[in-house]
Design a protein around this ligand. Structure first.
Ligand code: ZN
Length: 365
């Protein structure tokens, strides 16, 4: 059940409370509604209160980001609030494209005699496209907002898809990790991504795939990533004690040696988000995508963005989520439009807009 955010009389955040308790407080007049989305009440005559460790966990996605608030009670971790934040990356891209086309049209129409503009624009370091930056801003806005309503003690986010460092050199994480279930899980996910979710020998898709040693273990092959691939059961059996070379697939050997580039590199948007979150001066826990999936599968939670956020990182191993928990669905609406003239389909100005902007998500135009 989503808990209700509580502020004390000085607008300092307190621990979120049960909806039933909030209802009682509101009925008896001890509290008033402070904000409706997210639902927050303000206590009229209380200052301060008991605090528990409270963490905001984020699973940044390209279309939807999951946000979860997890409290460490004595009985264990418990998800008390969750939300899903759909981004408007596509909308921003389309808007910029429209503006560019309009300006290009105007320039060629009216200023054909003018010399081509010298390309003197320079992008600052760490520049990201506006559609990507909007995702970072959306999440930053919500973390800031949550900081006003709950006493956050730490943050968590999914930073990378795979922990390739740890996979290539498992010894840096110790024997537990190397021989553990999680290592196997992350390696499997990594191989699925690398070899396109099919058998490398017969291209069979949608069949159970087995982790296969290119140089068989019985002939001295190692467990390293560069010696592993995925094969269906019949191919694995047929290959038996041969190397991939002897099985007449020399290219498999070459392919396995190449590291998976894009997935192992930290995604630029996530990295930017990580840097932004660091500015809040709270400890940040980092998790991998493999770990999130592993935690979610172990706890039998369905695949949703907010449950992924709950399962991010090491602290996502055991988190209680009420079975009928419904997340708050947020809509990013942007900051309005500054365009004063509406062009027709040929790019000629046709109508002027009213001098009104969008306030609090209500489109008044
Ligand atoms: Zn096969």
């Amino acid at each position: 059940m989503q808990r209700v955010f509580v502020l004390d009389k000085n607008k300092k955040p307190l621990m979120p409370c049960n909806p039933a308790r909030a209802r009682r407080l509101l009925k008896s007049g001890k509290a008033a509604v402070y904000c409706r989305y997210p639902f927050t009440i303000i206590l009229k005559d209380r200052e301060g209160g008991d605090m528990q460790p409270i963490q905001v966990k984020i699973d940044p996605g390209s279309k939807v980001t999951g946000i979860a608030v997890v409290v460490e009670f004595k009985r264990g971790l418990c998800c008390v609030w969750a939300s899903e934040l759909p981004h408007r990356g596509g909308q921003i891209r389309d808007g910029l494209l429209r503006r560019r086309q309009l300006r290009r049209g105007r320039r060629t129409r009216k200023l054909r005699y003018r010399q081509a503009r010298f390309d003197n624009r320079k992008r600052p370091d760490g520049w990201l496209a506006p559609s990507l930056m909007s995702r970072v801003y959306n999440i930053e806005t919500w973390v800031k907002r949550l900081m006003r309503y709950i006493p956050i003690t730490h943050l968590a986010m999914e930073l990378v898809k795979f922990d390739t460092q740890a996979m290539v050199k498992p010894e840096i994480r110790g024997v537990d990790y190397q021989q553990g279930e999680l290592w196997g899980y992350e390696v499997r996910e990594y191989l699925l991504e690398k070899f396109g979710r099919k058998c490398v020998y017969c291209d069979a898709k949608n069949v159970p795939l087995e982790i296969e040693h290119i140089i068989p273990k019985s002939r001295g092959g190692s467990n390293r990533l560069s010696n592993l691939t995925l094969a269906c059961h019949p191919c694995n059996q047929k290959k038996g004690n041969q190397t991939a070379d002897e099985f007449s697939y020399p290219n498999v050997q070459k392919l396995a040696k190449m590291p998976l580039k894009d997935a192992s590199v930290v995604n630029a948007t996530r990295w930017k988000l990580y840097q932004t979150l660091q500015s809040f001066c709270l400890p940040i826990e980092i998790g991998t995508g493999g770990r999130t999936k592993y935690n979610r599968a172990r706890q039998n939670y369905p695949k949703t963005h907010w449950l992924d956020a709950v399962c991010v990182g090491e602290s996502g191993q055991v988190v209680f989520v009420s079975p009928n928990h419904q997340p708050l669905v947020i809509k990013a609406v942007g900051r309005g439009n500054r365009q004063m003239t509406k062009p027709d389909k040929y790019g000629f100005p046709r109508a002027t807009r009213q001098r009104k902007k969008v306030y609090f998500g209500n489109d008044q135009t």
